[in-house]
Design a protein around this ligand. Structure first.
Ligand SMILES: Nc1nc2c(ncn2[C@@H]2O[C@H](COP(=O)(O)OP(=O)(O)OP(=O)(O)O)[C@@H](O)[C@H]2O)c(=O)[nH]1
Ligand SMILES: [Mg+2]
Ligand SMILES: [Zn+2]
Length: 293
């Protein structure tokens, strides 16, 4: 039988096949010691109903390490506008990881009830200015209020969406609301640090309807940069640089010190926002930092 892993608890995998849930173990032959990637939530698997064992994991279309989830159509990058406050660097780091895995991102801003309409407009205008060429779909929501979610519902219909973002932004709250059920535990925000408390500890898939799946995931407080071998691979993860990097004199231009660099002249002409270029430099230095002794 074939199905999708929707949940993993300790050594047990919960496989959904035709709306029945089967509790399975993983066949020994599929286990590589200490490899968290042996079988993950989102995987399409073949399993033996009698033995309650997964005997094959089908090749993944894509996957993310943080949060750990496979075979998704959308990464719904979820950030609060306030409490915890929106952070451009963190947001761009998530975006970079999503682009690195060839997954389509879209954006959810939660807690818009905590700011005024004017502040919201100012915030979204600035956001759209920074990311204009990425054409990100953006949904400002009140995760605690179902009436505000109809556009989002329409957008994710027929797709598999993983909601991913920092701890405490309201991912589980949002999913409870989309499901019209209080299934998931939600947490509050630390007053001292303005951060979430890592309430969710697992990726878990829920069905909105037959063809629409949504995934709750554990929030993070810090994220790694993607691992890249080639220095030129980084600017490929900046789709908004593409029109300009083709103009660089050198094919292997890193857009840092080279002459006649299309990206740097676009920066000078305000075609590439400073914030994006600064984040490019920051990423470059982190990913390719040479260890000096
Ligand atoms: N005012 C307001 N509060 C919200 C909103 N969304 C979530 N909250 C609150 O924010 C807190 C954190 O929500 P959670 O849903 O637990 O956040 P999470 O993103 O799942 O956090 P982790 O599981 O730790 O990653 C809760 O107290 C929610 O009630 C919103 O849109 N407006
Ligand atoms: Mg949660
Ligand atoms: Zn260049």
């Amino acid at each position: 039988m074939k199905g999708r892993v929707i949940r993993k608890i300790k050594g047990f995998y919960y496989v959904n096949s035709d709306n029945n849930i089967y509790e399975c173990k993983l066949r020994g032959a599929l286990k590589i010691k200490n490899d968290k990637l042996n079988c993950i939530v989102g995987d399409i698997v073949e399993f033996d109903e009698k033995e309650q064992a997964i005997c094959k994991v089908f090749e993944r279309e894509n996957y993310l390490d943080r949060p750990l989830i496979s075979n998704i159509d959308y990464a719904g990058i979820t950030f609060a506008i306030k409490s915890p406050d929106f952070d451009y660097t963190n947001f761009q780091k998530v975006l970079l990881n999503v682009y690195d895995r060839n997954i389509t991102p879209f954006v959810i801003f939660t807690k818009v009830d905590l700011i005024s309409d004017t502040e919201l407009k100012e915030f979204t205008d600035n956001f759209h200015m920074v990311f204009s060429t990425l054409e990100l779909d953006v949904f400002p929501v009140i995760a605690t209020d179902d009436t505000a979610l109809s556009d989002l519902r329409e957008f994710i219909a027929g797709k598999i969406t993983a909601f991913s973002g920092p701890s405490g932004v309201g991912k589980s709250t949002l999913i409870n609301n989309l499901l019209n059920e209080d299934i998931l535990r939600t947490g509050d925000i630390s007053e001292k640090t303005d951060r979430g408390k890592h309430t969710t500890t697992e990726s878990r898939i829920f069905e909105l309807d037959n063809s629409t799946l949504i995934v709750d995931t554990p929030g993070f407080s810090s994220l790694d940069f993607p691992k890249l071998k080639e220095k030129t691979a980084l600017s490929r993860l900046f789709p908004d640089f593409q029109d300009y990097s083709v103009l660089c004199k050198f094919r292997d231009c890193t857009h840092i010190n080279e002459p006649e660099c299309g990206v740097k002249s676009a920066l000078e002409n305000a075609k590439i926002p400073k914030l994006r270029y600064e984040f490019y430099l920051y990423s470059y230095n982190n990913i390719f930092r040479e260890v000096k002794k």
